[in-house]
Design a protein around this ligand. Structure first.
Ligand code: PLP
Length: 376
């Protein structure tokens, strides 16, 4: 189906094309070439860390983070029930078990208290996610992990550039991962980035990324590695994108402010709930999202369907909680994750979405919510 307004689209309005042509002309189109280091350094500078390691996507960056921190079969890692499936999968790839944690009703993220209550004797780490761009209460989570002697990975796939009191997410934990998939805030088509705090483990992460090859001895592979490398062409796009990071971040904040103002009447009527803002926490609004407080899942799905069919507006339902997927099914229930998953919807969010388009989307949403409610 083609839409008049898409949920998301990559906006390549900087030097992306120029850099890609340069990469092609230079002949360096695989995973050796100057754009890789330049892109890694640019991301490290944005996050405020010393060094980053590029990968071919964020799922592989998460896998490398788990391997580098020593995750092994039999171990357990705490992870939000409401996240994109890659967060849990990376744990499972290591033969370890993701232990699901319910999220907070107001912030949609997991609190330190929720992590601590889900603790098991085999817990070796916490994988925190900054969902839809809003930081998790990471200082409290860092404290918890320090107290209990386990590691912390931040999954920043949806939150590059988000801050807590000015400090960027991804710079708090023992490792952090970023996604540059086509619908993320900064995109390389497919791509990812890994940060590892311990300088002694960075070499291991790079080895694991490159088939386990010894950096000082070509074609000698002392450990089982993977090919998780980014190409110079993807990094060329990424460098063009990251140079424009301030623009893309400010655009999303402008869009979110306008949605919030326009949707205030629906919020006042109790039909829609926006996410609580938290003092000192700055979201990147990867996707501006809201909860349809009234009705059920069917109502939410009907709203999405009518907006698509009648107005050509693409909205997106929230992720399916991990406990509802066959491979992570448990006997426990995660009521908040399940509620948010069934009532949540994300709005079109991308740089360049005009105020007029936002106004039209909000008017259509308002009409549709009221109409579908009376039909239910
Ligand atoms: C997009 C996303 C990923 C995976 O990113 P890819 O680059 O597509 O592998 C992981 N975690 C979260 C929370 C995401 O939103």
């Amino acid at each position: 189906m083609s839409f008049k307004v898409n949920l998301s689209k990559p906006i390549l309005c900087g030097n992306e094309k120029k850099y890609v042509i340069d990469a092609i002309d230079s002949g360096w189109i695989s995973s050796i070439g100057p754009y890789i280091a330049r892109f890694e350094q640019a991301v490290a500078a944005l996050i405020g860390v010393d060094e980053c390691i590029s990968t071919n996507n964020c799922t592989t960056a998460l896998h490398l983070a788990c391997l580098t921190l020593g995750l092994k079969p039999g171990d357990e890692v705490l992870v939000p029930a409401l996240t994109y499936v890659a967060s849990a999968n990376a744990i499972a790839y290591c033969g370890a078990k993701p232990v699901l944690v319910d999220c907070d009703r107001a912030s949609w993220n997991c609190t330190a208290t929720a992590f601590s209550q889900a603790w098991t004797p085999r817990t070796v780490g916490v994988l925190a996610v900054h969902l839809y761009g809003l930081p998790s209460p990471i200082n409290e989570i860092v404290d918890l992990c320090h107290r209990r002697g386990v590691w912390l990975i931040e999954d920043c796939a949806e939150s590059i550039g988000a801050t807590i009191n000015g400090k960027k997410v991804g710079s708090f934990g023992d490792a952090a991962t970023f996604s540059f998939y086509g619908n993320k805030t900064i995109s390389t088509g497919e791509g990812g980035m890994l940060y590892v705090r311990d300088p002694e483990k960075i070499c291991l992460a790079r080895m694991l990324r490159g088939q386990g090859m010894d950096p000082n001895r070509p074609y000698w592979h002392p450990i089982l590695g993977y090919n998780y490398r980014m190409t110079n062409v993807a990094a060329a796009i990424g460098l063009g994108q990251i140079e424009m990071a301030d623009y893309h971040l400010e655009e999303r904040r402008r869009i979110a402010r306008r949605y919030a103002v326009n949707l205030a009447p629906l919020v006042a009527e109790g039909l829609l709930q926006l996410r609580d803002s938290i003092p000192g926490f700055e979201s990147t609004f990867w996707l501006f999202s809201a909860i349809l407080s009234s009705g059920n899942k069917q109502h939410r799905d009907n709203v999405i369907k009518s907006l698509a069919e009648q107005y050509g507006i693409e909205m997106r339902p929230f992720f399916v909680p991990m406990n509802c997927l066959p491979m992570y099914k448990t006997d426990s229930s995660y009521p908040v994750a399940e509620f948010l998953s069934e009532h949540g919807l994300s709005f079109p969010t991308y740089s360049g979405l005009t105020n007029r388009e936002i106004d039209e989307i909000c008017a259509a949403v308002s009409k549709t919510i009221c109409k579908t409610i009376s039909k239910n």
